[in-house]
Design a protein around this ligand. Structure first.
Ligand code: NAD
Length: 468
């Protein structure tokens, strides 16, 4: 068990009247306790962030150095942070270590990004320069699947353009983010970045708090809709990175081994708990049996166990509610005629373990295909006609990511341009990069993270007309 965690406010550790348990999904035992941030402490944190922002936004080179300093802290503590992350999230150590390393690297990349400014007009009437103004204080609300990378994807650009940030991680995975908040107490000016913890009601309070200028939210579609409603009366800025149901289309000329390994890794490396993992696989009928056989073989070879065990290749699902949902969707599919070719049920041991589950015999109209399962279950469906596969991929309210697998680059590009989603991968699925804009179409999101567009999301244009 780990010692209780604390909220660090301006370098001071604050005791809260209430705490909440955080469970280890591999054991279902209490891992530690996180502070439940009360309303008056949230007021104090946001007031501190407002005060800090007045100075913070004036020193661009100082902010760039600060991001590099935060990155150095993540690197210096990567072992300890990934250990906590594996215990609270469940993913295997190599993977959570990868998340911490990627987060450190991400911040370094962001620190070097140019903040857009341009001159759209320079004539007899004067010179006009368009610069970016930060919104002020950003509330960054994150989910439990990649708590650190998803926070960093907000914090980096938000801080760089001159905002200060209050981060609220998921109540399922608050610990690593809280520890980073503690570690940064000596690194950043007080109020620049504060981590608070609590449940959905704390998130809701942040979205309506008068001291918050922007809400940057990553999580499920229903919560995203609630956030949009909450910010509407004051028109405060909002960006929503929401759920996905990514379809992957395998054309008849694809390399089967590459598809099997690429898709399998994309889905199961994080136990199916990525917003942009493959969640529906459409395979041309000529390759269908080979791809299904390959996926089942990989599934049966996968060693499922505690993320701390170096022999494990896949850890548990993060929480009980999610486990129950995955079982429910799988059982519902079975009732509708699905064949469960591997996995399909919880392991007979403590911990939220479900082995990689490959499902055939389903199609649109079955919940497992229509909804975001967000777990280690992959429905695989055959098609003959590419137009049909594209139409099926585009069905439904989601529009986050998609992929196409083929040896034919031109064909891949044609299919890619027809997919209704914010990101398309060709012959892989899931890479993201700080220089590349990321966001969902349709109900998968509103607004953009990363890239120049991401910097713009955390700021507003200010046009300065100059006649001196
Ligand atoms: P969730 O919506 O349940 O919770 C996300 C966060 O919102 C948590 O911190 C939670 O405490 C907070 N919250 C809950 N109610 C709130 C409210 N009324 N107001 C404000 N905040 C509130 O999501 P989750 O189950 O933690 O995460 C899984 C979901 O996140 C999946 O749908 C997944 O696809 C999505 N996701 C999207 C992206 C992306 O970039 N598009 C990335 C990762 C995860």
């Amino acid at each position: 068990m780990l010692d209780p965690f604390r909220i660090s406010v301006g370098g001071r550790f604050v005791e809260t009247p209430e705490t909440f348990e955080v469970l280890d999904p591999a054991t279902e035992q209490v891992l530690s306790w996180a502070p439940d941030c009360p309303a008056d402490l949230l007021d104090e944190v946001i007031e501190g962030a407002r005060t800090a922002q007045r100075v913070w936004h004036e020193d661009e080179s100082g902010r760039r150095q600060a991001l590099r300093d935060v990155s150095a802290v993540l690197r210096a503590h990567a072992d300890a942070l990934s250990d906590i992350l594996t215990r609270e999230q469940g993913r295997i150590l190599a993977d959570t270590r990868g998340e911490i390393d990627a987060s450190a690297w991400w911040l370094e990349q962001v620190a070097a990004m140019e903040i857009p400014r341009y001159v759209p007009l320079d004539d007899d009437g004067g010179r006009v320069e368009v610069r970016r103004r930060p919104h002020g204080v950003v509330a960054a609300i994150t989910p439990w699947n990649y708590p650190i990378l998803l926070a960093v994807a907000k914090v980096g650009p938000a801080l760089l353009v001159g905002n200060t940030v209050v981060v609220k991680p998921s109540e399922y995975t608050p610990l690593t983010t809280l520890r980073i908040g503690e570690l940064l107490a000596d690194v950043l000016p007080p109020g620049a970045l504060t981590v608070v913890s609590g449940g959905g009601s704390l998130g809701a309070r942040m979205t309506t708090h008068p001291g918050i200028d922007m809400v940057s939210f990553t999580g499920s579609i229903p919560t995203g809709v609630a956030v949009a409603r909450a910010v509407a009366p004051t028109l405060r800025r909002v960006s929503l990175e929401l759920g996905g149901n990514d379809a992957s289309i395998v054309l008849a000329d694809a390399d089967v081994d590459r598809v099997v390994d690429g898709v399998f890794d994309s889905v199961f490396e994080d136990c199916g708990q990525a917003c942009i993992g493959v969640k529906r696989l459409y395979v041309h009928a000529d390759l269908y049996d080979d791809v299904v056989d390959g996926l089942v073989a990989r599934a049966e070879r996968t060693r499922v166990g505690s993320g701390l065990d170096p022999h494990s290749e896949m850890g548990p699902v993060n929480n009980r509610a999610q486990l129950d949902r995955i079982i429910e969707l799988t059982e519902d599919a079975a009732r509708h005629g699905a064949r469960i070719l591997s996995g399909g049920r919880r392991l007979d041991r403590s911990g939220y373990f479900i082995p990689p589950t490959i499902v055939t015999g389903v199609e649109e109209g079955v919940r497992l295909v229509d909804e975001e399962q967000f777990g280690p279950v992959l429905p695989v469906m055959p098609f003959r006609d590419v137009d049909d596969a594209v139409a099926r991929a585009n069905t439904g309210p989601f529009g986050l990511g998609g992929s196409v697998w083929t040896r034919d680059r031109d064909r891949a590009q044609q299919v890619a341009s027809r997919l209704e989603c914010g990101t398309v991968w060709i012959n892989h699925h899931k890479r993201v990069h700080p220089a590349v804009p990321f966001g969902g179409l349709k109900m998968s999101g509103l607004g953009t993270e990363s890239g120049t567009a991401g910097l713009e999301e955390f700021s507003s244009p200010q046009a300065v007309y100059d006649r001196t």
